[in-house]
Design a binder for this molecule. Sequence first.
Ligand code: AMP
Length: 584
Amino acid sequence: MDILRKQPGALPVRPNLLDYDAERATFSWTEVRRSLDGLPGARGLNIAHECVDRHAAGPRSTRIALRWLGRDGAAQDITYAQLRDLTARFANVLAELGVATGDRVFLLCGRIPVLYVALLGALKHRCVVTPLFSAFGPEPIATRMEIGAARVLVTTTSLYRRKVESIRARLASLEHVLLVDDEGATLPPGTLALQPLLDAASPACEIGPTDAEAPALLHFTSGTTGKPKGALHVHQAIVAHYATGRLALDFHPDDVFWCTADPGWITGTSYGIVAPLAHGITQVVDESDFDAERWYEILARERVSVWYTAPTAVRMMMKAGAEAARRHAFPKLRFIASVGEPLNPQAVRWGVEAFGLPIHDNWWQTETGGIMIANFPALDIRPGSMGKPLPGIEAAVVRRTSDGGAEPVDDPGFEGELALRVGWPSMFRTYLNEEARYRRCFAGDWYLTGDLARRDAHGYYWFLGRADDMIKSAGHLIGPFEVESALMEHAAVHEAGVIGKPEPVIGEMVKAFVALKPGIAPGDALKRELLGFARKRLGAAVAPKEIDFVDGLPKTRSGKIMRRLLKARELGLPEGDTSTLEST
Ligand code: AMP
């Protein structure tokens, strides 16, 4: 088999993980926890203290924590000391407003400095924070804020007017809307301008006692059926962020790190905020969306040394050609990793062509909170494989047993569900208000990931697909149910079935099959109207890109849409077991 061999001795910087087996044998989460401070006076563990205050109090205080690059060429550097003061101000604003420990703070803005300040400031005040994608439409925003019982929302005037005003009446628990850019005198009713509040607040804040098990971050992920699920993570998760920053991303003290993910996706929080700041390194934040040339310039000009990106972005760069990359010099770049969707072997190798470095795939999900399986700098790469479990993580490919349990299968050819033995620090602690749904994710002490995989004889894991109907489009995990529900709000739609249709660059494209109400004629104009309707409600990242009209949808006898069958028919694949099919 094709293997990319590594010669750890020849790497420019000695990797933190040099001997995988030895590290696995000696690894201990308790030991990693010792690399963190804890709140002074043994008052617990708080993410914001580990990410900000402890560095601000030491020799790293003047180091740049965030180098923000604005869409229009503006830039702002924020040192650890400045970040301490800014986040303290935000925590004090919350206190002044009467916001309590444990209250939910939602953030809806692009990658602007205040997003980072508000997230860490809210953690200082011991609130639970949810960053939402600013590309979401009103419907996904409303659903998530309702489930999360948001008390505070930080957003921009423009996003508020476009996406929140129309749903505000549904958000019964929402008390404070803080607008980042008050855009002159006319604040929308029921909102406050954030900047004057920050200016008036004290830049000093002592973080209150924080139980390591206290909730800190609430990240939504989609389900095949039902509403999105709020995966709740606790302050303790930072132990895993710190460990994975060290072992899987190989952070060294002088690194400049760039994670291209938006904090609306957990990667952009765990690795676009927490892990690099926990290590006291400098990280780049780019407000803009993908643009190959801009990205090469950032990598070169900012002297990025560790870069964490996603397969869709890599494939878009591949389209632009390796020569475009080779026109730049990346003398500092030494490690590239990617996550979120399968990384094809060609993309792994393209890294070598364009940057002189392979791209290291790693695997994890919202529920796991941090990287679980990875290709490490010192380990050979088997292109197409997600790599090996992190030291401290026990993974297995399991078979479900008749009594509802799960049993690991050691046979390298076996294809089954990927499972992780419970007990790592960043494991989600529940799905908010849905304890039963949470419990269904476990069999004995195995957490079942919903992904299908196999492990080869060398211990490398290979992703095979999802065990359910979830769609991965440009890195976004999209629940078909949410898309179907939005389409069915349209007066012409009787029912809808939604699938992921393979697409070479973005992985999968959201495609909807729509059956119209009796008497309504299909046609291009209606198709365009439905596409626009869905886009307005769901936002561009979630809405279908393609719609086909059908007379009816295949369903099971219990009435469930058989998306698997829709997909097989779309792709001309065998239809598989259709014994439960009720009608077509
Ligand atoms: P999310 O919770 O949105 O981060 O999505 C997690 C899901 O993305 C996983 O359950 C996988 O289906 C997929 N995923 C994440 N990383 C990889 C990877 N390296 N290769 C293949 N699929 C991945």
